[in-house]
Design a protein around this ligand. Structure first.
Ligand SMILES: Nc1ncnc2c1ncn2[C@@H]1O[C@H](COP(=O)(O)OP(=O)(O)OP(=O)(O)O)[C@@H](O)[C@H]1O
Ligand SMILES: O=P(O)(O)OC[C@H]1O[C@H](OP(=O)(O)OP(=O)(O)O)[C@H](O)[C@@H]1O
Ligand SMILES: [Mg+2]
Length: 282
């Protein structure tokens, strides 16, 4: 059985379970369930604290896991990212009160409060800055108000929390993070069950990002039309009863679907339809 670690709470938990469900895996019905055996798919899910996932996977006790890139790198675990999942996107940044510092190289002699000490220490070393690091569990913004630190390093999504605390973002981003699938160094990514898992998750990503587009177009314009809708491999072009027209079917990125429909219409295409893709294997 493939043993997979899944976040049990926080920002990663619900979208991770939703994605696994879309990929055809059984998911827990009760948030208190710790382990779930999906016998039909020969997979065992372990619901763990997001911060601990890289540790379990890195130690080889579990084969793969879903976590944030920031949590993986902070842990220093012997695990690698093998698929980006496109949710729980964030940046990891320094912030402070206006006038304190502008850049990481100004931090000498100061204290940085963070829940990600591994990431911050490595970043300070990389920039040869001699600053102290204080590890806090959360709500690190308050550390400045209470005089525990001059600088904080934290996850920024919308920036609202920092603005509300009267802090400004400084220096370049330390990291861009998102949810990722990780594997331990001993996990063979070529193993059939691992490959199947990755194919399924990749299928969900594609099904979410693309729509299926169908349209009819006069045969003499089909070459121009398929340049607008090249598809992943090559579009399907089928004859219509009226010999002067063909039907085209192709996958297009959903973010561009409306613009492509307008362009196809201008080219003379009619009966332009888009439909959602429920699932796919690419
Ligand atoms: N607004 C956000 N707040 C926190 N983490 C976020 C946010 N957006 C994305 N993330 C990502 O989610 C992961 C954090 O997971 P964690 O379980 O700590 O979430 P959390 O929402 O902070 O939960 P907690 O309630 O334990 O503070 C990180 O990879 C982080 O980059
Ligand atoms: O940029 P924003 O959209 O405001 O989001 C970022 C904030 O969200 C997280 O806090 P969380 O709610 O997880 O609380 P915590 O600090 O106690 O973990 C994170 O630590 C930031 O404080
Ligand atoms: Mg948090």
């Amino acid at each position: 059985m493939l043993r997979i670690a899944v976040p049990n709470k926080g920002s990663l938990s619900e979208p991770a379970s939703a994605m696994l469900h879309e990929a055809g895996y059984q998911q827990r019905k009760d948030r208190r369930e710790l382990v779930l055996v999906d016998a039909a798919n020969e997979v065992e899910f372990f619901f763990l604290r997001p911060r601990d996932i890289a540790v379990y996977v890195g130690s080889g006790k579990l084969d793969i896991g879903i976590t944030g890139r920031d949590l993986l790198l902070d842990s220093g675990a012997e695990a690698d990212e093998i698929l980006q999942l496109g949710f729980a996107g964030s940046t990891f940044r320094y912030a402070t009160r206006p006038g304190t510092a502008q850049h990481v190289t100004d931090f000498g002699g100061m204290t940085v409060a963070t829940s990600f000490p591994g990431l911050v220490r490595a970043h300070l070393v990389e920039h040869a800055v001699d600053a102290s690091v204080v590890r806090l569990d959360g709500a690190v913004e308050t550390a400045i108000q209470l005089g525990v630190a001059e600088i904080i390093a934290d996850v920024v999504e919308t920036g609202t929390t920092l603005r509300n605390a009267g802090l400004e973002i400084i220096s370049d981003p330390i990291l861009l993070s998102e949810a990722v699938v990780i594997r331990g160094r001993g996990t063979d990514v070529e193993a059939p069950k691992v490959k199947q898992f990755l194919r399924r998750m990749h299928g969900v990503l594609v099904a979410r990002r693309y729509v299926m587009m169908d349209y009819d177009i006069r045969a003499e314009h089909v070459e121009q039309a398929v340049r607008l809708t090249p598809g992943l491999e090559s579009p399907t072009v089928s004859p219509l009863h009226d010999k002067g027209w063909v039907a085209v079917r192709s996958m297009v990125p959903s973010s561009e679907a409306q613009r492509i429909m307008d362009d196809l219409y201008d080219l003379g295409a009619r009966a332009i339809l888009t439909t959602n893709i429920h699932a796919c294997r690419i």
